[in-house]
Design a protein around this ligand. Structure first.
Ligand code: XMP
Length: 516
């Protein structure tokens, strides 16, 4: 295995992901717990991550010195390179002292010497694009090291001590803007550390099942299903680990898409035979949403009501020791950050935040280190149907935030029909998997139309489709006009209450994906 020592970089999980892609198992440990992890794992290689801190800064993190004395190959990335240099007796100086502002973004390095990291990919004399992000600089490397690649802003772009198998890159090989970065990391874990590269999602499944068993013991676990992929995958995995110690609760707020609630129930009860409590709370939610038009108030109400109902069900089944959640890595990025500053709340996404504290339960979060596409791969591994696993993300508050203005049962039904037509056409055109999220919104605006000889005065439907890798930024999906015309025609003809359809051409930023 590979031990990844985390110094708080926002992209540490990307290192883990690249190592997984190279077919090698890894674990991330914060620098403060790295020694314990090292003793326990006995890894065949170590990767030191980047950091928002600078090595010359007072109190900035260090790696346990023992890591450098264990005879295990080490790759230091950015801060990792600098901290290794510093701890082995070299020198790192702040950007302001070396008289330049560092390098940020795309840069080019030149290979000056052969290196095990470059096997089968980079030759001496070649120039290659990499992604830099550093202010401080190595000004004197430690004994035994030599330069194997340089760039204008970083003479020590890549350094190597082939005897000890210690390597340092000033750039970030884990990000996609370093096109050969994944290969470089694969070279490290396979060629340098000698790991086989035969680790797969099936192995991840086994490892997690053991971890879940170890964590839970004979305790009881309760899991809230949202209808989405993440909670479903988490639930199926946990059920495989501990069977009937798990109970799933599906609080059905009636704000799901067409046919979705039924699908969840039949999948869990029918296909997997997992104990499932289905709470049909449509009336309660719609009642509480009556007269509410402010998006944040909708979210607050739905989140609060969800927690209340969930708690009530948990009590009915006699309580639980653990709460299972399908938290993914992008959801936890904030909490591993060392920069500390609170980020601005654009929308309050954490629908069930506060639940574990209130119910005094420990969390079971088996998907915490995975990215969405990896969760999908795991779902397939667990036998979840493709249509379910490939499903677009859906927000916790459901259709309530796709109906600007007041949410009523009637408007939910209208939206469900339009949305189903839109998605049906997208699937028929073979575009579903190329899109991150596609959905219809029902606007609180009525416009005049003409159907047959009659004047109509009905609602406007907005269509949205975006591509994205994590939902943080998004591009508009460029449907051709024929496709959109076809969808618009069907919606206006088939859905009573809508007489006009518009397409949203706003990227994120400045728009958000949802309209509320
Ligand atoms: P925005 O609209 O902020 O959405 O660009 C980014 C991603 O988050 C989803 N989203 C939510 N998910 N509760 C959720 O669980 C919410 O309140 C919420 N609001 C937006 C959105 O669908 C997109 O995938």
């Amino acid at each position: 295995s590979i031990l990844i020592v985390d110094f708080g970089s926002q992209v540490t999980q990307l290192i883990a992901r690249r190592v997984r892609e190279a077919g090698v198992y890894s674990e991330i440990a914060p620098f403060s717990m790295a020694e314990e992890a090292f003793q326990r794992m006995k890894p065949k290689g170590i990767i030191l991550s980047g950091s928002p801190a600078g090595v010359p800064d007072e109190g900035s993190p260090r790696a346990p010195q023992i890591l450098f004395e264990a005879g295990v190959p080490i790759l230091g990335i950015c801060y990792g390179q600098q901290v290794m240099t510093h701890q082995l007796g070299g020198e790192v100086r702040p950007g302001h002292e070396t008289g330049d502002g560092g390098e940020f973004g795309r840069a080019y390095l030149t290979v000056t010497k052969d290196c095990a990291l470059f096997d089968g990919m980079w030759q001496v004399g070649e120039r290659h694009q990499v992604w830099m992000s550093h202010g401080d600089k190595v000004t004197q490397f430690a004994d035994g090291f030599e330069i194997v690649a340089t760039s204008d802003g970083a003479p020590f772009a890549v350094i190597a001590d082939e005897a000890r198998k210690f390597y340092g890159t000033q750039f970030h090989p884990e990000v996609v803007h370093t096109p050969d970065g994944a290969k470089l990391l694969a070279n490290f874990v396979r060629h340098v550390c000698g790991l086989a590269g035969d680790w797969t999602m099936a192995e991840f499944r086994k490892t997690k099942i053991e971890e879940i068993r170890a964590q839970v013991g004979d305790g009881k676990v309760i899991c809230g299903l949202s209808g989405g992929v993440d909670s479903a995958v988490a639930a199926v995995l946990i059920h495989e680990a501990i069977g009937e110690q798990l109970t799933c609760v599906f609080v059905d707020h009636g704000l799901m898409r067409q046919g979705e609630a039924e699908q969840v129930v039949s999948l869990f009860r029918g296909h997997y035979n997992i104990p499932l409590v289905h709470v049909d709370a449509e009336d309660m939610f719609l009642g509480g949403l009556a007269g509410v038009t402010d998006p944040e108030k909708k979210r607050k109400f739905i989140g609060g009501a969800f927690i209340d109902l969930f708690e009530e069900e948990a009590r009915k089944i006699g309580g639980a020791d653990f709460l299972a959640q399908g938290t993914l890595y992008p959801d936890v990025i904030e909490s591993v950050s060392f920069t500390g500053g609170p980020s601005v709340t654009i929308k309050s996404h954490h629908n069930v935040g506060g639940l574990p504290e209130r119910m005094n339960m420990q969390l079971v979060e088996p998907l915490r280190e995975l990215f969405k596409d990896e969760v999908r791969a795991l779902g397939r591994e667990l036998g979840l149907p493709d249509v379910f696993v490939g499903r677009h993300p859906f927000p916790g508050p459901g259709l309530a935030i796709r109906i600007p203005g007041e949410v009523t049962k009637e408007r939910c039904d209208i939206l469900r029909k339009a949305d189903a037509i839109y998605l049906e056409e997208i699937r028929a055109a073979g575009l579903y998997d190329a899109i991150w999220q596609a959905f219809a919104v029902l606007l609180p605006v009525r416009t005049v139309g003409v159907m047959g000889d009659a004047r109509t005065y009905d609602s406007v439907c907005g269509l949205r489709a975006v591509t994205s890798t994590d939902g943080m930024t998004a591009d508009v999906y460029p449907f051709d006009a024929t496709f959109l015309t076809q969808v618009a025609t069907r919606i206006v003809n088939e859905v009573q209450g809508i007489n006009r359809v518009v397409y949203d051409y706003t990227s994120k930023p400045p728009g958000t994906i949802e309209w509320e």
